[in-house]
Design a protein around this ligand. Structure first.
Ligand code: NAD
Ligand code: UDX
Length: 469
């Protein structure tokens, strides 16, 4: 079995950075080098004052302990590849924007370029690990590229080791994973490579939590896990619409069904819709895979999870407009939260983007506050979602604030889009005093105490609560 002493991780993003930083922390005997093409990102990982490129609770402590000891961040990709025994490919795999499969298929150009880079510069044999989420059988394409382009004395074993961390809890998820999944070819070489990676994780993960399976099962399991998690949210969100129409309470319904040990209580929180870089992308990827395999009914089944999510976001913004007397033109709305969930600065596919776009299209004025999202990111997201509107015009309608209270001042309505803890602790009396009347609160994250807000004088609408206003 090959022994791993040097690891290279290609891709210093939300997955490569935290994952390999934790490997370095837990394996002081292994040298870990995380590389990226993006100089600014690497500079941020290396910054003296630990202004890391991503916000993740606990990450700074990990980097402080390991950086410079056995953890390095670099743009010297060739050197890191050449030195490593094992290489994680942890690059982005976004949904394709054009060409065959546009809007559904995963864009594998970054995986392919990283793979070609390995083939071109490697001077010795390597274990190459797919960390990125990829369609089933991508490892086969990687093998073909590596074998066709490498030096004759180099051989490559390819493993699939998908990542299950969730943003906001990444460090805890990496310290105590429910499971680590390693897929390999079931050949002696494949199994030996799988064992070598298993030994890396065994430095802190109990061995019975490391599942070793075939390559294609591993690749598919990642898409399947995300599809089933997202399906739970779409299911509970579909039920939230029934609750609103009937007077049932989605919290009570979720609590009641979650008590069934076969269903379980987790991931049943109704919301304004799921966001994040993974769920939608991976389901669309699964839809495309199903269609390519001539399984249209399977494709249609999974597609509905995304359709329901879009419906939920649209339904929520329509509730805001309907409730504010069917027009929000010229009215100022406070949007609390822009990240796709709490404890991250990530806005990819954030439902807040859709809500703000809808409000702007209705000619509302929008205040936005998020404790972690950088302002530049908000402008980028809004420009991307409204490509025909110049940023200067967007800026006439949108004001980004630096506190929740400032955000709510002189507005007609407050919309809660992200479940940041600080929004649970807002002094609603102060907010109410500063707002125009009647003052409305629309809670897309089941966060507020409806009764308390009503006593203050607010009109309140909460996802999945029939009793309205
Ligand atoms: P990301 O965009 O944050 O990071 C990817 C990085 O790869 C970027 O910094 C980019 O510059 C770099 N890169 C791209 N091509 C490169 C190349 N050829 N050489 C060197 N660097 C290159 O993406 P992410 O969120 O870290 O996701 C990475 C993969 O992990 C995706 O496949 C994603 O689906 C999967 N994943 C993400 C999460 C998550 O929570 N974000 C969770 C599980 C799995
Ligand atoms: C997800 C998966 O959980 C993780 O295993 C995978 O590796 C990457 O994709 P992430 O997108 O980071 O992780 O966050 P997650 O906690 O899954 O939340 C995704 C979205 O669903 C967020 O917008 C969140 O607010 C929403 N959500 C989550 C709900 O609306 N209700 C819930 O009950 C749970």
């Amino acid at each position: 079995m090959p022994t791993v002493t040097k690891i290279c991780c290609i891709g210093a993003g939300y997955v490569g950075g935290p994952t390999c930083a934790v490997i370095a922390l837990k394996c002081p005997h292994i040298q870990v080098t995380i590389v990226d093409l993006n100089q600014a990102r690497i500079d941020a990982w290396n910054s003296r004052d630990y202004k890391l490129p991503i916000y993740e609770p606990g990450l700074e402590d990990v980097v402080r302990e390991a950086r410079g000891r056995n953890l390095f961040f670099s743009t010297d990709i060739d050197k890191a590849i050449q030195e490593a025994d094992l290489i994680f490919v942890s690059v982005n795999t976004p949904t394709k924007k054009s060409g065959v499969g546009a809007g559904f298929a995963a864009d594998l150009k970054y995986v392919e370029s990283a793979t070609r880079h390995i083939a071109k510069v490697a001077t010795s044999s390597k274990i190459v690990v797919e960390k990125s989420t990829v369609p089933c059988r991508t490892a086969e394409s990687m093998r073909t590229i590596l074998e066709a382009n490498s030096r004759p004395n180099c051989r490559f074993d390819i493993l699939s080791n998908p990542e299950f961390l969730a943003e906001g809890t990444a460090i805890n998820d990496l310290f105590n994973p429910d499971r680590v999944l390693i897929g390999s070819l079931q050949t002696p070489d494949g199994i030996a490579a799988s064992n070598a990676l298993l030994e890396v994780y065994a430095n802190w993960v109990p061995k019975d939590r490391v599942l070793t399976v075939g390559l294609w099962s591993s690749e598919l399991s990642k898409l399947a896990a995300n599809a089933m998690l997202a399906q739970r949210i779409s299911s509970v969100n579909a039920l939230s619409a029934i609750c609103e129409a009937t007077g049932a309470n989605i919290d009570e319904v979720a609590h009641a069904i979650g008590y069934d040990s076969r269903i379980g209580p987790k991931f049943l929180r109704a919301s304004v819709g799921f966001g994040g870089s993974c769920f939608q992308k991976d389901i669309l990827n699964l839809v495309y895979l199903s269609e390519s395999l001539h399984l249209p009914e399977v494709a249609e089944y999974w597609k509905q999870v995304v359709v329901m999510n879009e419906y939920q976001k649209r339904r929520f913004s329509k509730t805001v407009v309907d409730t504010l007397f069917n027009t929000i033109t010229g009215k100022r709305i406070a949007v609390l939260g822009f990240a796709f969930k709490a404890d991250t600065g990530d806005t990819r596919e954030s439902p807040a983007i859709t809500l703000v776009r809808d409000f702007l299209q209705e000619k509302a004025l929008v205040n936005i506050y998020d404790p972690q999202v950088v302002h530049e990111q908000i402008w980028t997201d809004l420009t991307e979602v409204m490509p025909s509107v110049p940023l200067s015009d967007i800026k006439k309608q949108v004001h980004i604030t630096t506190s929740a209270l400032e955000c709510c001042l002189n507005t007609e309505a407050v919309v809660i889009a992200t479940e940041w803890r600080e929004f649970r602790e807002i002094d609603w009396e102060v907010v109410y005093t500063g707002m125009n009347k009647p003052a409305f609160v629309f809670d897309g994250r089941l966060l507020v105490d409806i009764q308390k807000l009503k006593e203050i004088g607010f009109q309140v609408a909460v996802i999945g609560r029939g009793e309205r206003l």
